[in-house]
Ligand binder design. Structure first.
Ligand code: AMP
Ligand code: MG
Length: 494
């Protein structure tokens, strides 16, 4: 199909657009149009996100929308732009970065729409403004998988592809992901104006974020009425809770630079991420991360470090360093509490206590020592907990050290019959998913999509959107990873 010609009118969708970010003024962005993507086709679609946006699933069947979401036709009422931000990358100040390939269209029904891979912007630096098919499919699948796991995240409406070549290590084809979130503002947006000596813009941005997303900060009395310290506290809390969820589901982000940290505590910028197969706290999923800075077990500390960068950036507004430190230090209590809560739920208890904490403390080293598959262990334990039958080998057989896990299972089974009721298997089956987006599953979807077969992608999306359901016909998607899974190399190249 030919792309629409330049005089094709903008697509009237009936959406009521707002442009609250654009209203901040041109210190914050550059207005620009996406670059057309030759001969686009649909790759993946989320009708759930379409409904949420108020465009209806049928939009994702229409050629008009296909063209619009590939950057070939404008949407009536949208005002497209690329925003400027900076950030710390791998622990170093990286200076100005910005939306190098993501273009914001505006907000509708409280959600912003952004086309990632939609062409060059003034912030593209050495890049080509494009995204490749494989990384776009990974972002699409993972956004929706994380949402279904109740982890705060940006969402993805769809991926469109094109045979237009893009060069990475080899020649690949391009794609555009339409991302959706209440806001795409990052820690790096604040760092930008702070480091570049623009206190007025810094205040404008902070006031915008407070008024739109954290209005309670204006009434918060804990910081002598300082709303900016209250903002830092709120972001600290959301970030701590998000990372606790990551650790509980075995999600490794891979590039926790401050420009990839959302001010709303959403998981954002899916690049070289990975769900752990074997439980290995030292796992580094990003092959470009030579120092292991973003190893799985380091994520909570990195989040805390990143929050300090945000605190530093907000200091001209907070004014008193003591207040910033007080806000940041709450991480030390919030994170372990949030994690204990999640881990207790994985064990089948609504609330953590000394016993659930002790059980987790004994269990994790056993899992790490035997490199036990994380998803399969927790799912099997959820089924096992229905009867807690010590003769049932399903869980024990996942370990080499049978004696140690046997002792642990005994201790766990004895939790019932005391003052608290025993583990709630139903809670566990709603907490411990059967399906996660393992690297090899993503890879299988990508390989078929390369030959324009989207059935693997669609089936995978379906189970990932309902990961707590059994879907017995898709048992193979819940199996151990094949040998070749450990040879998949995922890097920053996307
Ligand atoms: P990331 O590591 O994906 O978070 O990207 C870091 C910075 O590089 C951001 O400013 C991105 O917009 C930019 N970037 C990454 N890939 C490209 C690309 N292919 N073209 C232009 N900019 C890019
Ligand atoms: Mg990024």
């Amino acid at each position: 199909m030919l792309p629409p010609s330049a005089d094709t009118p903008a697509l009237d969708t009936g959406l009521v657009w707002k442009h609250s970010f654009a209203a901040l003024g041109e210190d914050f962005f550059v207005p620009l149009q996406p670059t057309p993507l030759p001969a686009p086709y649909w790759v993946g679609r989320s009708s759930e996100v379409a409904e949420q946006l108020g465009i209806g699933a049928s939009a994702l069947q229409s050629d008009d929308w296909l063209q619009a979401l590939s950057g070939n036709r404008s949407l009536a009422g949208s005002k497209s732009l690329a925003s400027v931000y900076s950030g710390h990358q791998f622990g170093q100040w990286a200076g100005q970065l910005g939306d190098g390939r993501a273009i914001l269209l505006g907000e509708a029904n409280g959600l912003e729409l952004q086309l990632k891979g939609a062409g060059l912007t003034p912030f593209s630096r050495m890049g080509d403004g494009r995204a490749v098919l494989r990384s776009s499919i990974r972002e699409f699948l993972c956004s929706e998988a994380m949402h279904a796991l109740h982890v705060p995240t940006t969402r993805a409406l769809c991926v469109t592809g094109s045979d237009a070549p893009v060069r990475r290590e080899t020649l690949e084809t391009s794609a555009v992901v339409t991302r959706v979130a209440p806001s795409f503002i990052r820690f790096g947006h604040f760092e930008h104006f702070s480091h570049h000596g623009q206190p007025e813009q810094l205040k404008t941005l902070a006031d915008y974020v407070i008024d739109r997303f954290y209005p309670d900060c204006r009434q918060d009395t804990r910081f002598n009425g300082n709303p900016y310290a209250a903002l830092l506290l709120n972001v600290t809390q959301r970030t701590a809770e998000m990372v606790a969820l990551w650790q509980s589901v075995g999600f490794c982000h891979g590039v926790m630079n401050t420009d990839n940290m959302s001010i709303l505590g959403l998981t954002i910028d899916y690049g070289p991420f990975q769900f752990l197969d074997a439980y290995d706290p030292g796992h580094v999923c990003n092959h470009s991360d030579n120092q292991g800075r973003y190893a799985f077990y380091k994520q909570p500390n990195v989040a805390y470090w990143n929050l300090f960068c945000l605190g530093q950036a907000l200091l001209p507004l907070i004014e008193e360093q003591g207040l910033a430190i007080t806000a940041l230090e709450t991480f030390k209590a919030i994170y372990p509490e949030a994690l204990a809560h999640r881990m207790a739920a994985k064990l089948g208890f609504a609330r953590p206590d000394a016993q659930t904490n002790a059980l987790i403390e004994t269990l994790l080293p056993l899992m790490a020592a035997d490199k036990v598959d994380m998803c399969i262990f927790w799912r099997r334990l959820s089924h096992w907990a229905k009867a807690c039958d010590l003769k049932d080998p399903q869980v024990r057989d996942l370990f080499l050290n049978r004696e140690a896990i046997g002792a642990w299972l005994l201790q766990y089974s004895e939790q019932s019959g005391q003052e608290t009721p025993g583990p709630d298997a139903n809670l566990m089956l709603k907490t411990n998913p059967k399906f996660v987006l393992r690297n090899h599953l993503g890879e299988m979807a990508i390989q078929s999509a390369k030959s324009k077969d989207y059935s693997v992608l669609n089936n995978l999306m379906m189970v990932l959107q309902t990961p707590f359901d059994e879907h017995p016909e898709f048992d193979s998607l819940a199996d151990f990873p094949p040998d070749w899974a450990s040879r998949i190399e995922i890097s920053c190249s996307s």
